[in-house]
Structures are given as C-alpha cells and as structure tokens.
Design a protein around this ligand. Sequence first.
Ligand code: FE2
Length: 371
Amino acid sequence: MLEIFQTPGKILTGLGCFDQVGKEVAGLGKHCLLVTGEKSMQEQGIFDKAIHLIGKEGCKVTACTGVEHDPSVNTVDRARAVMKKNGCDVVLGLGGGSAIDVAKAAAGLANCDEATLEFFDGKEIPGSGVPVVAAPSTFGTGTEATKVSVLSDHERILKQSIRHDCMLPKVAIVDPIIGADVPPHVTAACGMDALTQGIESYISKHATDMTRAMSFSSIILTITGLPRAFKDGHDIQARENCANGSLMAGIALHNARLGLVHGIAHPLGIHYDIAHGEACGILLPYVLRYNSKAAEDDYQVLASIMAGDPADFCLNLLENLGMPTGLKHIGIKESEFETIAEKSLPSGSTKANPRTVTKEDIIEMLKEMCL
Ligand SMILES: [Fe+2]
C-alpha cells in the first residue's frame, strides 16, 4: 500500500540554530510577516533578535503580535490584513503553538479573499499561499512539523483545524534555548502534550514504519528530558531532548494522526479553562488503559520503554510534574459529559484511535476522571 511521509522542507536543530533565522527567512521572500504572541518573545529579546537577523539579510519585517492562546479565526484575519497591506511574501511564526498556527494559517490563505471562518467551516484551501518558517519556543504541539492550524470560533464554542500541504513549514528552526525562561508548569504541560502525541501517533490506526520510528524516538527523548527540564529550564541537554521529542512527535502525527486523547482534549479545552497539554496529560493514562487490549503489541513496546505499565508510568510522571491527575478541578458537571462525548466522536483523532470509540465509552471515562 502506498505510504507518503512528509516533513518540513528543512529542519534546523541544536543549540544556537536560531541564529540562522535571517538567512532562512530572507531566502524565501523580501518582506516577512513576523507573527508572535502577547509578550514572552518580546521580554526574552528573541523578537528583537529575529527582526535584527532578518533585517541584516536585506528582508523587511512587519510584525503581528498579541496572538492569544487558542487563537480565534479573527486573529488569523487580523494577521492576513497586515500581510496584505504590507505586501508580505513570507511568514515567520515565532513562539508557542498558537503563534505558529496563526502564522501557518495566514501564510496558507495569503492569496485568498474569503474570511478565515469560511475555511474553518470546510471551504477548500486553494494551496497558493506564501512560504512559512516556524520557530517554536515551547516544545509540545510539534506544529512546526505539520500542515495543521488549530483555531477556535469562540462564538460557537468550536475548536477545530484547517489544513493544507501549503501550510507545512518550509523551514523549522528548533533551538532549545528559545523559551528557556518559560515557567516550569508550561514546560510540564507542553511536555505532556508531546508525550501524548508521541504515544498516540505510535498506536494510531495510520501508523507506518516511518512514523513509528519518529514516535518511538520522540517518546524516549521526552520521558528522559521532561523531568529534568521541568526542574531546570536552563538544563540545555534536557531541553534539547524535549525540543527534538516534540518535533519528532509532530512529524509522526502529521503523517499518522493521533487518537482519542486529542479527540476529547479539544472540546474540553474550548468548554473549560484547561490548557491543552494539561488536558492531554490527564486523559492519557485513562485512554491508554482503554486502548490496552486493542493495541496489545504496541502496549508491550511502550511497557518496555517505560519499564512498567504505561498508564501507571504516565500517572507517576504527572504527579512528579505537579500536574492534576483528574478533571474535578475544571468544574465539569455530569450533565455535560454527553456534549463533550458528542463533540469528541467526529474528530479525525478519535477516528484514528486503535479501538473503535462509542459515546458511552467516553462518558464512562469522564466519570472516572471526575471521581
Ligand atoms: Fe496536542
């Protein structure tokens, strides 16, 4: 059977690789739209450094800042308007997953006139965008290696993705020093997202030999790096493990998709005040147990990497990272379980889960998580 394995056009890793951002961006265009979040990259001096390095190569820079968590389709419209007004022909996404997702969507829709909402609702992306470069500062989503942009329509309480090959970054720059000052709880939540993505892509219905190689390495890098990076954000070796683990999980999920944890995490994230990585971390042990029979061989491999039951390992890791292990604290009521379950079922992630999922199964799991 035909299997296609896609990665970003070029991947830069290793301490100090961000110094190449100017050359990479200037090699793709003459005027860069720099998309970033609310303050982190500015406070750490990375934003100014990017402008300096890109400008030094003779490429103009216009910034679009203030991208929020769970970015809305309106934020993409704002970035697209700035890009159009200034004639930008290349986009750099710098920061967390949200900033990069907005950068990818803006780049992919660069030559379209319709509002982003139309594409969010299913209109096909024509695929004539401009190139995008992605430089993550948090190591969790792996968005620097995917063609997916996760967006929200807050009015309809909807979180879903738009995707097209043209949104796959031409260059991913994954420097472990970028974002070294993020708070430990952010490192922890992002790391649990990366670990979940490594595991879910490994046991996905669509996994191949190529994606499993990425997933496998990603899991090892994350479980060895995350506890140390959580304790000390400036432990560069640990941070590099997390950075490369997240990148590899991104490559794996881009080609193999995910599973039930992500199917449930998206509706949970938009209905309740819970970070994506935290939701993934809490769901992971429950979903692992649920899948243990359907993915028995893979479960054994995970057990050998983790020197014990994978669900127990993930639960212990959550505790060591000071993260919650249940959902009680988000204020979810039993009467709301059905809505979350119904919104989880149509997700492509849920459909890629190794065990066929029913609404009742999800409700049962949510009940257990709220005990
Ligand atoms: Fe995720």
